[in-house]
Design a protein around this ligand. Structure first.
Ligand code: SAM
Length: 322
């Protein structure tokens, strides 16, 4: 067999590698550690011994946390007062299980971010329907939208339960929200109602993120802000396979081609990957070569209330036009 001309992994003809962009690299700011502090709506109360104790609105929740290799700072009775505990035990479908030690709880409960109401949700994947560490990005984005003083279009790819879309819509943006899962879009639309933002322009699209972005490029549509929160591995509604290491370079490149003539930012977060933020930093700088601006990269962390330890949740890299 002939060796692959690009030395790397073979690519199928439909998913070619992007061509490296020419031009000076954007300025850089690394490392940038964005912290979420304990607040009234959400707080990381304590962590340790492979678990974390969090307050989500009215409920205290215990979940596994592999990085918490230290010991809890709060007494045991604080942990024992939890309303919900996610255990590694699985049900018939092989999913993890929630236990409710005090009283059975419904699937959803009211939560709020900065005055925006939405629903927390006990999902079988340990998640609770929100990633509170992303509040740093939401605030940054809302600031960009307000400062633009003009109509702003936001594209939220892999949008999940839509808290970012709601923050953008409330700040006055016109939002296009894309997710492969009909169920997740259902939750997202429910959140729009709970947030009383039903009159705001949010387009809900069940679609493979890559396919949607490619189509927008062909149609010549563009966006001022693009949010990208891809999982390490996922599937589109028609079984399209998403693999972050394989597919992110191409998706980032398409995002570059669909930013508007007066763009504001492209914000990428990455969870659960074996990489440093320098990897996505280098990719974003290369991708936005010739566009000016700055690429800022680092980690999203949550500051713990009990002993002030920082819990890292994810990597991010964002290109900010000015
Ligand atoms: C949970 S969010 C991402 C959160 C976080 N980045 C993580 O990995 O835990 C991932 C979302 O991407 C969606 N998704 C997965 N593959 C997709 C694809 N190919 N196109 C569009 N959305 C996809 C999922 O339905 C889900 O709502």
């Amino acid at each position: 067999m002939k060796p692959s001309p690009d030395k790397g992994r073979d690519r199928s003809p439909e998913r070619p590698h992007p061509v490296r962009r020419e031009g000076p690299l954007p300025a850089e700011r690394v490392p940038l550690i964005l912290e979420v502090l304990p607040g009234a709506d959400y707080a990381l109360l304590d962590s340790g011994n492979g678990e974390k104790l969090e307050q989500y609105g009215p409920y205290r929740i215990v979940r596994p946390e592999g990085q918490a290799i230290w010991q809890p700072a709060l007494p045991r009775k604080e942990w024992q007062s939890a309303d919900a505990i996610f255990t590694g035990d699985t049900d018939e479908e092989g999913m993890g299980r929630w236990r409710f030690p005090k009283a059975p709880l419904g699937e959803t409960w009211p939560l709020r971010h900065d005055g925006i109401d939405y629903l927390g949700r006990f999902t079988s994947f340990r998640h609770v329907g929100v990633f509170p560490e992303q509040a740093s990005h939401w605030d940054h984005m809302a600031g960009l939208i307000a400062a633009a003083k003009r109509p702003v279009k936001v594209l939220n790819l892999f949008g999940y339960t839509a808290i970012a879309s709601l923050v953008a819509a409330r700040a006055g943006a016109e939002v296009t929200h894309v997710d492969a899962s009909r169920k997740a879009i259902g939750w997202a639309r429910e959140n729009q109602e709970v947030a009383r933002l039903s009159d705001r322009p949010i387009r809900w699209i069940v679609e493979d993120a890559m396919k949607f972005a490619e189509r927008e490029a062909r149609r010549g549509n563009s966006y001022d802000i693009i949010l990208l929160d891809p999982p390490a591995y996922g599937r589109g509604p028609k079984g399209e396979v998403w693999q972050l290491f394989e597919d992110l370079p191409r998706l980032a490149d398409i995002c570059r081609s669909i930013v508007s003539p007066q763009p504001l930012a492209v914000v990428l977060t990455a969870y659960s990957i074996r990489a440093s933020f320098f990897a996505i930093h280098a990719l974003m700088r290369d991708t936005f070569a010739g566009m000016g601006g700055t690429v800022e990269s680092g980690e999203l962390v949550i500051r713990e209330k009990s002993a002030g330890r920082a819990l890292s949740t994810s990597l991010f890299s964002r290109w900010v036009a000015r």
